[in-house]
Ligand binder design. Structure first.
Ligand code: DP6
Length: 415
């Protein structure tokens, strides 16, 4: 009996969107960036990873399942995270279940890991960020590691750079650090999610047939070939980081929007300055930028910020609910769903924005008027796959309810 126990921990971790981008590494193995970056954590109710980690003397090897399918853990990034977290494992004692794991036992005990994203991986939304953050966070809890979330972020960073920013909610800065071993390259919270809670985030998942260059390969090529990246990392980002932190602290949306849009555009300019050039945005992305730019210019002060990662999807941050509802009307005018799509599945996440926009059924979309500030009255049906309405959200949490676990408490295998 004594040796058949399974000990499990389940955690949920959010994804994040950078408003000052990380692009380029100074150390590829440790994943050390060439500049600081800042992100907004997205509400895990709409986009998150749930991970269950289990340990048992009956497991004979480390295994992992992602969205129900077994995947290999042999990659260097997984191995780095597992090694780092095992090195920090401490004694665990559960009297109720008669489990006692000594510090030294962790070296020989094997792990089962099951991870699930509540959003389609194929949508090209930063799933590796939430994934590695959740892996490290849940293992730290399973192994009773004493490190705080900043220290854990330096481990998650070794899985995927942007993952380190998913260890906190709200607004997060990844400081690039100075030392060679990377111990000071970690995330810190700039402000929590309650600090600026009238922001609304609308993600346009843009239809794309192109296979995109991965971030890892893309940034390697950029570091090797782009002079613009050197200028950006040395001259531009350090000033922007200071300004962005100020804008967030003061809830200064005009500055926040200006910095966010400029930084996204400079990141894509750096991609274009790479040899061979990398194109992440497509025609639809450009149309969305035009729509936002025209609207912002027609108002006294910017209403919406846009930012694009390594793909064509737009992340739009509206200054408040009113701006978000107006934005939704403009977006649905230009990008209505295909005739066979239900409006409620076309706009996922927080549907109250749709209601605020006065849109309840397809006929409301059909009768939308073109935005007055634009001469473009065309409609581009099918160019957007769907929208997700969300907001800034909280950091990682443990899920104590055993029914939420992805592994069977008796066998340690996926449920
Ligand atoms: C464009 O974190 O995916 O999203 O560190 O190689 O795993 P690796 O790259 P990754 O890169 C993210 C780049 C970005 C900008 C950002 O999130 O800051």
């Amino acid at each position: 009996m004594a040796d058949t126990w399974v000990r499990m921990v389940t955690a949920q971790t959010p994804t994040n969107i950078a408003v000052i981008k990380y692009w380029g590494k100074r150390d590829e193995t440790l994943i050390l960036p060439v500049n600081d970056s800042i992100s907004v954590t997205l509400d895990p109710n709409d986009l998150c990873t749930t991970t269950t980690v289990a340990v048992s003397p009956t497991f004979d090897q480390d295994r992992m399942w992602l969205n129900g399918k077994e995947i290999s853990l042999s990659g260097g990034r997984f191995q780095s995270c597992l090694k780092e977290i095992r090195a920090r494992a401490c004694e665990v004692e559960d009297e109720e279940k008669a489990i006692k794991i000594a510090k030294k036992d962790w070296e020989k005990l094997h792990l089962h890991i099951a991870s699930y994203n509540n959003f389609p991986t194929a949508a090209g939304l930063a799933s590796s960020a939430a994934g590695f953050a959740c892996l490290v966070f849940s293992l730290a809890k399973l192994m009773n590691a004493k490190e705080d979330n900043s220290e854990l972020s330096a481990i998650a960073r070794q899985g995927s750079g942007s993952a380190c920013r998913s260890l906190f909610g709200g607004f997060v800065k990844w400081t690039m650090g100075k030392v060679d071993n990377g111990s000071d390259s970690l995330a810190i919270q700039v402000a929590d999610e309650k600090h600026w809670d009238d922001l609304v985030i609308i993600i346009a998942v843009v239809s794309s047939r192109m296979k995109e260059t991965s971030s890892t390969t893309g940034m390697r090529d950029t570091v090797e070939t782009s002079l613009l990246l050197q200028h950006r990392a040395k001259e531009v980002v350090p000033k922007r980081i200071v300004e962005m932190e100020e804008a967030i602290k003061n809830r200064d949306f005009a500055s926040f929007a200006r910095l966010t849009c400029s930084d996204s555009n400079q990141f894509h300019a750096v991609c274009l300055d790479t040899q061979p050039p990398i194109f992440y945005m497509n025609d639809t992305s450009h149309k969305i930028i035009n729509c936002v730019e025209k609207w912002n210019r027609s108002e006294e002060t910017p209403q919406v910020a846009y930012t694009f990662d390594a793909g064509p999807n737009a992340v739009l941050i509206a200054h408040n609910r009113k701006a978000a509802a107006q934005l939704m009307q403009k977006l649905l005018y230009y990008f209505p769903p295909n005739s066979d799509t239900d409006i409620n599945s076309y706009v996922a996440g927080d549907k109250t924005i749709l209601k605020d926009a006065g849109i309840e059924e397809m006929k409301d979309v059909e009768s939308l008027q073109p935005p007055p500030e634009s001469k473009d009255t065309s409609r581009y049906k099918g160019d957007v796959s769907y929208f997700i309405c969300t907001r800034p959200g909280r950091g990682p949490v443990l899920l104590v309810d055993e029914s939420k676990a992805l592994l069977d408490p008796k066998t340690g295998l996926p449920k």
